[in-house]
Design a protein around this ligand. Structure first.
Ligand SMILES: Cc1ncc(COP(=O)(O)O)c(C=O)c1O
Length: 364
């Protein structure tokens, strides 16, 4: 049986007519940069999330940069975040010459352990950056309480969690600023790079709109040092075409996750979604002790798997200057040794999941 990890080709074939039509309309009018589809998409994102302002941009990584530039992060500022995430989270902090300060994660959700945040706060701390890893928001009540107490901003790295909720509020509608990524394999993906920044703050929104076009406040006049961070109109058009299918895709991802859980919960550690939260199920990530063995065996059966992430950020060469060492964040280090993400997409059929599960079960 042939199993696809993210099934992007099948997705395109299903929505081909809508997607092709949208792409061709841009090719016909040549409005490649900030065409009307950008603004139409932003309206749709605002409606879907309930956030006042949605500003699309060139990637999730640039969305993080724009968010931090909007709250005026300066060299030497500290931002508290998790070491168990994709590099962009901390890379962008470092890129602005601020300092990523890591605290360990919860073993069950893989998200930042809010109970540890206060111990990492110093006079230089400016913000907390929780990551909604694999699609599930972090413990936002706790994080918001800490932020209020210490007068810190919250920027949510929701690159993997567009469509998730916390107490029925969209993950994109929490914190001071939230961001997402539309990388192709994300829950809502375009067919290239893309991202968005979300905020209810009018001043941040106005600034981010300028920052994404080189800090320009009117043509050829630059109020801020910004970046070339616009989303391509063609990518916005693709997202618009896919948007109407997205709620059903989210439901399908949950059906896949629930079915995996019903089959696997008694043999390995399955993902835990906390009360009052929903996941966008960007990944279905289990924990296993004999990971190499399982991964290799599944590969021989045509079942692709991935490891997000094999080395936590505090042990990456690029962050050696921060002087962290092995054992500093043991929960993240254990997770890195044990996580295995199984195929997850809205088009997986029950018989395909049965095939994946039966091959896993043979190894236990
Ligand atoms: C947690 C996290 N943050 C940031 C990003 C960056 O998003 P992009 O690839 O769109 O730049 C990603 C992408 O994988 C991510 O998973």
């Amino acid at each position: 049986m042939n199993i696809d990890f993210a099934n992007l080709q099948l997705q395109y074939q299903k929505y081909k007519t809508d997607i092709d039509e949208k792409i061709h309309s841009i090719l016909k009018n040549s409005n490649y940069i900030l065409g009307k589809e950008i603004y139409e998409l932003e309206k749709n994102l605002e409606k879907f999330t309930g956030v006042k302002h949605s500003i699309t941009c060139s990637s999730g990584t640039d969305a993080l940069l724009l968010a931090m530039m909007a709250i005026d992060i300066q060299p030497g500022d500290e931002i508290i975040t998790t070491p168990f995430t994709w590099v962009s989270t901390a890379e962008t902090i470092a890129f602005l010459k601020a300092t990523p300060v890591f605290v360990d994660i919860e073993a069950d959700t893989f998200n930042i352990n809010a109970k540890l945040i206060e111990t990492a706060i110093t006079k230089n701390t400016k913000a907390i950056m929780p990551v909604s890893l694999f699609g599930q928001p972090a413990d936002m009540d706790h994080i918001q309480t800490i932020a209020n107490k210490h007068n810190l901003k919250i920027i949510i790295d929701g690159a993997q969690s567009f469509g998730s909720t916390y107490r029925d509020i969209a993950d994109s509608n929490l914190g001071d600023i939230s961001i997402t990524s539309f990388f192709p394999s994300k829950p809502l993906g375009c067919y290239g790079d893309g991202g968005a920044v979300f905020t209810n703050n009018d001043n941040y929104a106005e600034k981010i709109k300028m920052l994404r076009v080189h800090g320009q406040n009117k043509k050829n006049y630059h109020k801020y040092l910004g970046i070339g961070g616009r989303m391509d109109t063609i990518q916005a058009a693709i997202l618009l075409a896919k948007f109407k299918y997205f709620p059903q895709e989210l439901k399908n991802r949950k059906i896949v996750a629930d079915y995996y859980a019903s089959c696997l919960s008694d043999i390995l550690q399955i993902p835990i979604i906390k009360q009052n939260r929903t996941s966008a199920w960007a990944q279905y990530t289990v924990r296993v002790h004999n990971r190499d063995n399982i991964q290799n065996r599944l590969k021989t059966k045509g079942i692709p798997t991935s490891i997000f992430y094999p080395l936590p950020l505090h042990l990456q060469d690029c962050f050696a200057y921060l002087n962290y060492k092995l054992d500093d964040f043991p929960i993240s280090e254990d997770a890195s040794n044990e996580v295995l993400s199984l195929p997850m997409n809205p088009f997986l059929k029950i018989e395909q999941i049965d095939y994946i599960v039966s091959n896993i079960k043979e190894l236990f």
